[in-house]
Ligand binder design. Structure first.
Ligand code: MLC
Ligand code: AMP
Length: 522
């Protein structure tokens, strides 16, 4: 991997706007019918960064972003980085309770959101929103699309940043039921981007069709930021529409497409529905990740298009880790080999390295790996393992896998934690259980993932309740407290939860149980 030097080595904003200095007139973003060049994007974000600095935004301040995919959101993200502040992106579908947790934990000084999301900040309790000094609607920001020429370096606004200065605080994981902020420094994100540039041969001629949300690492870093840093361009969609995607791809409007398996499932349905052959040859690479790509889906996509999807594996805490090769064989059911700059190994429960062919937990290290969770020193320490040879510590992914002795490809075998992956979004059983337990009458709750044809997995809730509990009451409660993808697809009422001799709920038995379907009827 080619190492960068100077501010671009560690300053994410400088890296993202390098193309504005080299080829300002080249296309950067197409969104909501508007096309913007790299120069215009840098100019708009520089102007907004000056406004934010004038308002008093300081280096290291956290800024909450709560918005749908749109050009103004990209300007807002870049402006925050340019000002030396920290991006805290959040799902705009989150409920009051979900937003409150992140606000209380990250203590942002500023929030920037879509106009429709303004009311959620009024719904927060005074104590929850005490850190927020201002909430700005994206629609009210005066964004001027004037190319940035006079002030090309981000560092004119502030002292130079170091590699471990925070760039992103991405809320993820939460075996305790509460999501934690993964602290990604400028150096981490630049390393993630450089690794993908090398692995997938990004060039300024690339056009990425991106319909993934910009509040997760996949859409934000793997998609948007990698593209901007390569001097390439992004066709940013508000939401995924299979028919429009097939139209755009077959019309040659993109060279790259990134999706979660759910999107590929919908693309295959659309392609099969059309019956006539569709030429997708303008797209040089289709990538899938964030959740397992079933082998049948890989084969169905190949049958419909002649194209092999490249499956890769990563995490919010680390960026992308393993991937099938760009040039070599893409083996379905595997997530390939370590990406440039990433070291990966398998260990047993005591942390002893395993031989090829043996099953264990995947551990990784590299400049891409985060420094820990926000204000959670114990959780952070527990997620790393010291290196026996005195080298850099290993991050414990919690994912189980095996490496094929012949091909060197890794296969994922499941997770050490109970995380449910629904359409590429994480659902933490504990959070859903806590929400259910807050409803009067619910005595015990256990949430597990069950296979779902479209989303891969979906949550199902097993409940022990006193007296009558109307299904509508449960649904209404979940609608109030949980974003749609976290809501249990069905509720099953039991007299008691299965427990082992130590009193721990046996989730495996629930997952494997033959309990009748009993849709939404506790
Ligand atoms: C939508 N719905 C979901 C859902 N997405 N339900 C469960 N799980 C999901 N993921 C529900 C909606 O609420 C709605 O319910 C119904 O499905 C139809 O909605 P839709 O409008 O068709 O959904 P859509 O907007 O098209 O969303 C589907 C999707 C989205 C696949 C585009 O889920 C998505 O963007 N997933 C990607 C998540 C992601 O980027 N993860 C990356 C994490 S980073 P109803 O009841 O209202 O009809 C990471 C690291 C790495 O993991 O390795 O990349
Ligand atoms: P997140 O916390 O949202 O970053 O999700 C990271 C998790 O997604 C990983 O720990 C994996 O369990 C899962 N994941 C990502 N990519 C893949 C993949 N290609 N196959 C299976 N699981 C994946």
């Amino acid at each position: 991997m080619r190492e960068m030097s100077g501010p671009e080595a560690v300053d994410l904003y400088s890296r993202l706007t390098r193309a504005a200095r080299r080829s300002p007139g080249s296309p950067a973003l197409h969104a909501d019918g508007r096309s913007v060049t790299h120069g215009e994007l840098a100019g708009a974000s520089a102007a907004l960064a000056r406004q934010l600095a004038g308002w008093g935004l300081r280096r290291g301040d956290r800024v909450l972003l709560l918005a749908a995919n749109r050009a103004e959101l990209v300007v807002g993200q870049l402006a925050v980085l340019r000002a030396g502040a920290v991006l805290v992106p959040l799902n705009p579908a989150y409920t009051r309770r979900e937003v409150a947790h992140v606000v209380a934990d990250a203590e942002p000084r500023l929030a920037i959101c879509d106009r429709e999301r303004l009311p959620i900040f009024d719904q927060l309790a005074t104590v929850e929103r005490r850190s927020i000094e201002e909430v700005l609607a994206l629609d009210a920001l005066a964004i001027s699309w004037v190319p940035d020429a006079p002030e090309p370096e981000a560092t004119t606004l502030r002292a130079p940043l170091a590699a471990d200065d925070l760039a992103l605080l991405l809320y993820t994981s939460g075996t305790t039921g509460r999501s934690k902020g993964a602290r990604l420094g400028h150096g981490n994100v630049v390393a993630m981007i450089e690794s993908l540039h090398a692995a997938w041969a990004w060039s300024e001629r690339d056009v990425l069709l991106l319909a993934l949300p910009l509040f997760h690492l996949h859409g934000l870093v793997v998609g948007l930021m990698s593209a901007l840093a390569a001097g390439a361009s992004v066709r940013l969609e508000r939401r995924f529409d299979a028919a429009a995607t097939v139209e755009a791809l077959s019309a040659g409007r993109a060279t790259l497409f990134f999706g979660v398996p759910t999107l590929y499932g919908r693309l295959v349905e659309e392609l099969e529905r059309r019956r006539t052959a569709v030429d997708l040859s303008a797209v040089r690479l289709f990538v899938s990740g964030s959740a397992p790509l079933p082998t049948e889906l890989f084969e169905a996509f190949r049958a419909a298009t002649g194209v092999e999807i490249l499956e890769r594996y990563g995490m919010t805490e680390t960026g992308m880790l393993l991937g099938n090769p760009l040039g070599g064989p893409r083996l379905p059911g595997t997530v390939g080999v370590p990406l440039p700059g990433v070291e990966a190994r398998l260990v047993d429960p005591l942390g002893r390295p395993l031989a090829d062919g043996e099953e264990g937990e995947i551990e990784v290290r590299g400049r891409n790996v985060f420094s820990g969770y926000w204000r959670a020193p114990e959780k952070s320490a527990a997620s790393f393992r010291a290196d026996a040879a005195g080298g850099a510590p290993w991050f414990r992914t919690g994912d189980l896998g095996r490496r094929d002795p012949r091909t060197g490809h890794f296969t994922l075998l499941g997770r050490a934690s109970e995380l449910i992956l629904s359409g590429g979004f994480n659902v933490y059983p504990r959070e859903v259980e806590e929400v259910l337990l807050a409803l009067p009458g619910v005595r015990e709750a256990a949430v597990v993932g069950e296979p779902h044809p479209e989303f891969g997995e979906s949550p199902v809730a097993f409940l022990v309740a006193d007296g009558e509990l109307a299904p509508t009451e449960l649904e209404e409660h979940c609608r109030r407290e949980l974003a749609p993808f976290k809501r249990p697809r069905r509720f099953v009422r039991l007299d008691a939860l299965p427990r082992n001799a130590l009193g721990k709920v046996e989730k495996r038995r629930l997952r494997e149980s033959e309990i009748p379907y009993n849709r939404r009827s506790p």
